[in-house]
Design a binder for this molecule. Structure first.
Ligand code: PLP
Length: 373
């Protein structure tokens, strides 16, 4: 049997990883400034993380959500404290798309409405509702396209109000910082007005923090830079450092009804052991502040150049927009300088390093970039 061929692959086979470094099957070492697409938060194979999962699997690896699982309660407690949302509740699932799916469903249950407003250049995942609110016609099948979704431009508050004021919009969904769309940061004034408008018309505000959350931008969630509190916050990626896990934080205004949400694997013992150890390591190693400091260093050190248009982002969620296609430079960074980076569109290099990236490791990237440009 062959694999269903949907991924474009680099010719690299990682077999080992530690911290911000990865080794391939030929023993070549790479610096990881991409974290497997923003997933590696506390660093590859952190010893505390490895120990937590190993010990857990030797005790119990799985049972269903029909029995008590104190690890879920421990995660909820720790997450409430770490994120500044102790009064919200937690629903656990398995991925970013599933988190958005659950958030949209909950908003629709709560309001009794079926329309959603999303933004141009958004990415929210590939499952039914999540892909319908994603601004990329290439990945929306006719089956997905029947959802009732309107797209507005980021920062265009008038067009959002026009949509929402009709009174039939269940939710507005927006990324804390747009990731796949090119590291686009919404204006603070726009986010404050968006919060007010949603409240005024009884529309739920969903913040997709799957990529921008969990400390990546130097605050626990990117929306905390704007000083707003959404109705639902969605999470994935860094939450368990690579063990599949997702979740949503739900404001106290929502009432849980038995059976309204559910999943087989969500909140399983291994994901919980992984997610709890991630929060412990983040706290012990002060990784949210490290992301901010190293990100600030990178922003200031990336060289000015005729071919670089702009460096955007916050903390370790950075986009370097070039005036030309970035494919070649990304490929040379990988094959000549042995540095993993990501991309948005055709001209933005995207950096999503593990939150433990050191200044010395960031310097290695800056030097490599200088040599290449
Ligand atoms: N939301 C955002 C902002 C993302 O960047 C992604 C993935 O890149 C998702 C949702 C989907 O997450 P997953 O691939 O875990 O389903």
């Amino acid at each position: 049997m062959e694999l269903f061929d949907v991924y474009s692959l680099f010719d690299v086979t990682p077999v080992k990883a530690q911290g911000c470094r990865v080794w391939d099957d030929k023993g070549q070492e790479y610096l990881d400034l991409y974290g497997g697409h923003a997933v590696i938060s506390v660093g590859h194979s952190h010893p505390d993380y490895v120990k937590a999962i190993s010990e857990q699997v030797s005790r119990i690896g799985f049972y269903s959500n029909s029995v008590r699982n104190p690890l879920q309660e421990e995660l909820a407690h720790r997450l409430g404290e770490a994120s500044g949302y102790p009064d919200y509740s937690l629903f656990l699932d398995n991925s970013g798309a599933e988190s958005n799916e659950n958030a949209l469903k909950l908003a629709s249950f709560h309001t009794g409405r079926d329309k959603v407003v999303a933004f141009r250049k958004s990415f929210h995942g590939r499952t039914s509702g999540a892909v319908a609110v994603t601004d990329n016609p290439n990945i929306i099948s006719p089956f997905n396209a029947v959802h009732k979704v309107s797209f507005c431009d980021l920062n265009d508050i008038e067009s959002v109000e026009k949509e929402v004021s009709a009174g039939d919009v269940a939710a507005v969904i927006i990324e804390g910082i747009q990731g796949c769309g090119g590291i686009n940061i919404p204006d603070k004034s726009f986010m404050l007005q968006l919060r007010d408008i949603c409240r005024k018309y009884g529309t739920m505000l969903i913040l997709d923090e799957v990529q921008s959350g969990y400390g990546r931008t130097g605050k626990f969630f990117a929306h905390q830079w704007y000083g707003i509190r959404p109705d639902i916050i969605t999470m994935g990626k860094g939450i368990a450092n690579g063990f599949p896990c997702g979740g949503i934080l739900i404001s106290p205004e929502f009432k849980a009804v038995k059976g309204m949400l559910g999943t087989t694997f969500g909140g399983n013992y291994l994901a919980m052991a992984a997610a709890i150890s991630v929060l412990k390591i983040m706290e012990k190693e002060d990784l949210v502040n490290n992301a901010l400091a190293t990100g600030n260093y990178l922003k200031s050190a990336i060289p000015a150049s005729d071919i670089i248009k702009e460096v955007r982002g916050q903390g370790l969620m950075l986009g370097i927009e070039f005036r030309e296609p970035v494919k070649e430079i990304r490929s040379r960074l990988l094959y000549e300088k042995h540095i993993f980076t990501g991309v948005s569109g055709s001209s933005t290099l995207r950096l999503l390093a593990p939150l433990c990236l050191s200044i010395a490791e960031a310097e290695r990237f800056v030097e490599a970039l200088k040599e290449l440009i």
